[in-house]
Design a binder for this molecule. Structure first.
Ligand SMILES: [Zn+2]
Length: 387
């Protein structure tokens, strides 16, 4: 069982590195690399384009790429700006059965548990390997996992299970919604407000587009997912920001809005973006007929696919065999899991802590949750030693 002093020390260090997504995570990554080195475990670092962030990949046990597990966690955390904390967010603070600090729950607690178990992993006569994968920019662009996966595919890594230790309160998660963040820019033609037909009103067309999105969102409510745990169980749409126009007596030449969708895992229904594109193309034609300079441009700022349930996958079987985690459920938040699914690696989301505390001021993880995860990791090491 991982030593509690070691675990506390590790988590204290991990929380102490301010790895807010827009900052470098290299301090943390080098700390982990040096720690693993002490146990004879070499790390591969995969740097980003700017070389100010890195993923870390390390393998323990037999030198085989088939079977075994990948224990995966993201090293970045969400910002603490504009949040009121009762204690310093980057200083691990214990109060009763809770450990407070940014990332304790999402998801440095899990990473510290895995690292604390490394001495045991390194000495156990493992028959299958345990890989550790740490990524950057999970909270923002998914750039880390996007850089990591081609490397894993190139080395022909074929694990029995990838376990992403996001906070699920140690429930087995096999599905979640996809998410898209988009920007639509409506380009109109400015003019004097007294002569509306001489210009093209960008705000007017933007409101029609937004009304169209609302209708698309209404009809999406009819298509519900059977996956338990998705709340709500249908695809949602939200327009969250709008700007445009100069003043009341000028026909606005530009209007821009940002919107998002969260889509249920369902390959059969048409995507929200396709429906929007069809409507947008129709309106753009109408605008171009009035003035060829007018038009609509939509681009995705971020798109993350849904995690599709793969009932009875090797990953699900492994976790349910080793831990009493109940029937698999879906969750409302996104993870790196669909990226592993695209690389055809069986994956589940399964880790300590509750998403209710993630991203919040006074983020914490309960010690009881950490103990449960420790128990799972112990079972996992034994299993990979004795199968
Ligand atoms: Zn997370």
């Amino acid at each position: 069982m991982p030593d509690t002093t070691t675990f506390n020390d590790l988590l204290r260090h991990l929380v102490g590195f301010d790895t807010t997504s827009h900052k470098s995570n290299l301090g943390l990554i080098h700390f982990v690399r040096d720690y693993l080195n002490q146990y004879g475990v070499p790390s591969t670092l995969i740097e980003n384009g700017n070389k100010d962030k890195a993923n870390l990949f390390a393998s323990i046990g037999p030198d085989t790429l088939t079977g075994g597990v990948v224990l995966s966690g993201h090293t970045d955390v969400v910002p603490v700006v504009d949040q009121i904390w009762s204690s310093d967010p980057f200083t691990l603070t214990r109060l009763g059965d809770k450990l407070f600090g940014r990332g304790t729950c999402d998801m440095k607690g899990f990473i510290a548990l895995v690292l604390a178990a490394v001495p045991e992993m390194a000495t156990a006569p493992l028959k299958y390997p345990i890989h550790i994968a740490l990524t950057h920019d999970e909270e923002t662009t998914f750039e880390g996992v996007a850089n990591l996966l081609p490397e894993l595919v190139a080395m022909r890594l074929s694990p029995q299970a990838v376990i992403i230790g996001e906070p699920t309160e140690m429930r087995l998660v096999n599905a979640h919604k996809g998410q898209g963040h988009l920007e639509t820019v409506v380009r109109g033609v400015e003019g004097h407000a007294s002569l509306p037909d001489r210009g093209v009103n960008a705000i007017g067309y933007a409101t029609r587009l937004i009304a169209g999105l609302a209708e698309i969102g209404e009809s999406a409510k009819q298509r519900t997912s059977a996956v338990p745990g998705l709340d709500p169980a249908f695809t949602t749409v939200n327009v969250g920001r709008i700007e445009g126009g100069a003043q009341f007596n000028i026909i606005p030449g530009r209007c821009r809005f940002e919107w998002e969708y969260r889509s249920i895992p369902d390959a059969t229904s048409r995507s929200i973006v396709d429906e929007f594109d069809e409507f947008s193309t129709m309106l753009a034609k109408e605008m171009a007929a009035r003035n060829e300079k007018a038009g609509i441009l939509t681009r995705a700022l971020l798109e993350v696919p849904a995690m599709t349930p793969q009932p009875d996958s090797p990953a699900e079987r492994l976790v349910t065999q080793l831990y009493d985690c109940g029937d698999p459920i879906g969750i409302a938040f996104g993870t790196e899991a669909p990226c592993y699914q695209q690389a055809e690696m069986p994956v589940v989301v399964f880790g300590p802590g509750s998403i209710e505390q993630a991203h919040q001021p006074d983020e914490f993880v309960r010690i009881e949750q950490l103990q449960r995860c420790t128990e799972f990791l112990r079972n996992l090491i034994q299993h990979l030693t004795h199968t």
